[in-house]
Design a protein around this ligand. Structure first.
Ligand code: FES
Ligand SMILES: [Fe+2]
Length: 426
């Protein structure tokens, strides 16, 4: 339970708010690289700021204020040039630093005027990595953009998926340190959704939560596992401050504003050994629906189920009304750490998880219970017999609505056609 004031501190994301300033010390994934190949201009809202992301004709990325400095037209309807983006209303143009570099009519009638030099709109840094475009909205110098080791796993087909989730970022991130929900929200609820009324999934018997350099790790022993199982010896990573690494995929929860979050998933599937060598030339990204035709939340896929929990907690979960138990020890730990981050940023220190040393930001290791498989792969027949990996090879399990063109790309990479699922079977 938190006081109203403490809850506000952790959930407000605007510039100048305590948590907004912490989150502005980190890079955030905001779009797929291939999205901008399809359409070079995209309206984005990030941490309460309306912005426009673009790739100009020289290949440079920019992220600038959405409103033109002239008379406030919407730059997401602008068009890209060799150097930046041009407003479609009267042609003023801005480079990636937000500097106005062209004012066509003003230059025509008054070529000596220097007005454009004084016109500047907000601009933030953008970097491409692992199929994603990442934004940094904090003070300079920007920290390193973390180069996680899974981004370099060989022989894999990667896709990135976005979902716009109408609730605050913190309740989505608290899901990253919540092992018990797996048993109920995914395993037991899915069984009921599939019409099975008898029997429950293996119970959680024991949990552990540990802090480490890049976040927290949770570990579990269930009725069907022992202390020798990778879920106890390795565990899963609540990646700091707004990510989740589950050994085979990443999720990030990027604040759009106080009441909305962009869910970003990066998932990897190793191709069967018979398909090697395989090098992926383009990482597809797509946006997943979260509601069905009747306006109800989609409940069939893993992350859609999570979304049902997140939005069910309200636009901003009211933590003055909750009752935490033993399953929530990790949640209490990450909240405490976020308050420490707030204090650190207030006195000018970096918060947890900020990487500054370029020499060590190379293939940064994260614990993964799946690493051996992703490093070594399997022949198709063995792959298809594996309870976990066959599911990833044959189905899109994380998000509903995988487009056909992504399914074709998956089939071209792996040699296996995606089969639809009604409700996941975990
Ligand atoms: S409003 Fe953008 S150029 Fe006039
Ligand atoms: Fe989940």
């Amino acid at each position: 339970m938190l006081s109203k004031e403490k809850n506000q501190q952790l959930t407000q994301v605007g510039a100048g708010t305590p948590m907004g300033e912490v989150l502005r010390r980190h890079w955030h994934p905001i779009a797929g690289i291939d999205e901008l190949e399809r359409n070079p201009v995209k309206a984005v809202r990030l941490m309460g700021e309306d912005l426009v992301l673009y790739k100009d004709l020289s290949g440079q990325y920019g992220l600038v204020e959405r409103q033109c400095a002239h008379r406030r037209a919407d730059l997401s309807y602008g068009f890209v040039e060799d150097n930046g983006i041009r407003c479609n209303y009267h042609g003023w143009q801005y480079n990636a630093q937000g500097q106005c570099v062209a004012q066509p009519y003003e230059e025509q009638v008054n070529p000596q005027a220097r007005q454009k030099c004084k016109i500047q709109i907000k601009a933030y840094q953008v970097k491409p990595l692992a199929g994603l475009l990442w934004a940094y909205m904090g003070p300079q110098p920007a920290p390193e953009l973390p180069d996680w080791e899974p981004f370099h796993w060989p022989e894999g087909f990667v896709q990135t998926v976005f979902a716009e989730v109408p609730c605050n970022w913190l309740q989505t991130q608290e899901n990253s340190i919540d092992p018990v929900h797996f048993e109920w929200m995914h395993a037991n609820w899915s069984r009921r959704l599939r019409g099975h009324t008898g029997g429950y999934a293996p119970k959680h018997l024991k949990l552990a939560f540990e802090e480490f350099e890049h976040g927290f790790i949770y570990k579990r022993i269930s009725e069907d596992t022992s202390d020798q199982h990778p879920m106890w010896t390795i565990g899963r990573v609540c990646l700091w401050p707004n990510g989740f690494f589950l050994g085979d995929h990443f999720e990030w929860r990027v604040p759009v504003d106080d009441e909305n979050t962009l869910s970003v998933t990066w998932s990897f599937i190793r191709v069967p050994r018979e398909r090697e060598p395989y090098v992926q030339t383009s990482i597809p990204s797509w946006t997943s629906p979260i509601k069905d035709d009747a306006g109800r939340w989609i409940t069939s896929h893993v992350i859609n189920q999570d979304i049902v929990a997140w939005v069910g907690q309200g636009r901003i979960a009211d933590r003055t009304q909750e009752n935490l138990g033993a399953s929530d020890l990790g949640i209490a730990m990450i909240r405490r750490r976020l308050f420490e981050d707030i204090d650190d940023v207030k006195v000018g220190r970096d918060p947890k998880g900020v990487l500054r040393d370029a020499s060590t930001n190379k293939r940064v290791f994260l614990p993964s219970d799946s690493r051996d498989f992703f490093q070594n792969g399997l022949p198709l027949a063995e792959y298809q017999r594996h309870p976990k990996w066959a599911r990833l090879l044959n189905h899109s399990i994380f998000h509903a609505g995988q487009p056909e063109w992504v399914q074709r790309a998956h089939a071209e990479a792996t040699g296996v056609m995606i089969q639809p699922i009604n409700v996941i079977d975990l």
